[in-house]
Structure formats: structure tokens, C-alpha cells
Ligand binder design. Sequence first.
Ligand SMILES: [Zn+2]
Length: 109
Amino acid sequence: MHELSITRNVVAICAEQAAGGRVRRVTLEIGQLTAVLPAAVRFCFEFCAEGTALEGALLEIIETPGGGRCRACGGAVALVERYGRCSCGSNDIELTAGEALKIREMDVV
Ligand SMILES: [Zn+2]
């Protein structure tokens, strides 16, 4: 389960940025094309946060939908996985959204 190491990283980064403060809330952005399961991250979070500046913090997860642009016709394509097909028939799609996993916001007290 790679979500455990990802969550550990997120907690480590937040704790470092909190610079001695306590983190009350973290908002994570998880793209649908990252293959990271938000439910699994949520499950790992409490465990990873224990004993750190994030202990007891609220975790908010925003799932960003996947999307791309067709290189053949320039049309926008909604993607639920990394490979998709445009309505014009082309499968030459450039990914433009849904690949990010980032810490969007953090409340520190
Ligand atoms: Zn197209």
C-alpha cells in the first residue's frame, strides 16, 4: 500500500512547514489520475500523525478530476484513467489535470 509512505511524506512536510506550531487542519489535493486512494490516505493519516505536530489534525481531501487535451483536434477530454480517447477518435492525449498530489492548505496554530 503506497498510500502509507505518501501519507508519511505529507505529514513530514506539513510538520516541517509548521515550524514548531501545531497543525489543526490540512487540505490535500489528490488527482484522480495519481492512483492514490483518498480513503487509504485518510485511513493512514491518523496513524502517521500520531506523535507529530499533526496529531489530532483534521484532514480534508479534494479530489481533482482527470483531464487532457487532444493533440489531434485540440479538444478537451475528460479522463478517468491515464489513457483515454477523444471523441474525434484520436488517443494522442496530453494530460492536463488530475496528476497532482499536493498540500493545498494548512492551518497552523
Ligand atoms: Zn480529438
